[in-house]
Design a protein around this ligand. Structure first.
Ligand code: PEP
Length: 233
């Protein structure tokens, strides 16, 4: 299974270093064979040799250039980073990234052979509009994306469940994952208010290949418990 932590705009580089080392020691001590990904804030990226895979939360589709405030491939290469998160709802809705921009980013990092965690998910009004509209909305987020890319991981994250403590029912998660698996055979993670108290039941669902965790992953101890659940399934 794939257990991923999105640290968002939290943990400094020093704190991230301690965090990742805590995960490494846990994984070593408990013989963890799951794929563990951590996405630190951009300024917390660093070279890392170990089992934990470090990925970027964002980067511009360029080697380098005049894109103020962005980083490019050269900056990721400096730290041997070959994994990137694309399409997170906070980038779509707060930073205003469009599907066209996301596709450019996807294609650029795909060309570089990156492992790409590509996020999809609907806002509350689309969910409340009924299944057809909701699936159409999510379907549009697949447009232009090579769903057969070998290093693709998809994360289904309902926008209304991110950081809110709300989650779809387990039946809903399973049903949507089953539908989404028809669009791509890539591993499919669930994300949105996964915590220690619900991670196990989510991980046990059919067509759930892992989880993407935000707030609850900030505590290494909690994140390690979730890694352990995945290991024990
Ligand atoms: C996320 O940001 O990807 C996420 C799932 O956040 P949270 O776990 O806090 O809902």
């Amino acid at each position: 299974m794939i257990i991923a932590a999105n640290l968002k705009t939290n943990l400094t580089r020093a704190e991230t270093g301690v965090y990742v080392e805590e995960l490494e020691s846990y994984m070593k001590a408990h013989d963890i064979s799951q794929e563990v990904l951590v996405f630190p804030a951009t300024s917390s990226l660093n070279e890392h040799n170990g089992e934990v895979i470090i990925g970027a939360q964002n980067a511009y589709p360029t080697n380098s250039g005049a894109f103020t405030g962005e980083i490019g491939l050269d900056h990721l290469n400096e730290f041997s980073i070959k994994t990137i998160l694309i399409g997170h709802s906070e980038r779509r809705h707060i930073l205003g990234e469009t599907q066209v921009e996301l596709v450019k980013k996807f294609n650029f990092y795909k060309e570089q052979g990156f492992k790409i965690v590509y996020c999809v998910g609907e806002p509350l009004e689309k969910r409340e509009a009924g299944k057809t509209q909701m699936m159409e909305y999510i379907g549009a987020q697949y447009e232009g994306i090579d769903t057969a890319y070998e290093n693709l991981i998809i994360a289904y994250e309902p926008v209304w469940a991110i950081g809110t403590g709300l989650t779809p029912t387990l039946e809903d998660i399973q049903a949507i994952h089953t539908d989404l698996k028809e669009k791509s055979h890539a591993p499919l993670l669930y994300g949105g208010s996964v915590k220690v108290n619900n991670a196990k039941e989510v991980l046990e669902l059919q067509n759930v290949d892992g989880i993407l965790v935000g707030s609850a992953a900030l505590y290494a101890e909690h994140f390690c418990s979730m890694i352990q659940f995945a290991q024990d399934i």
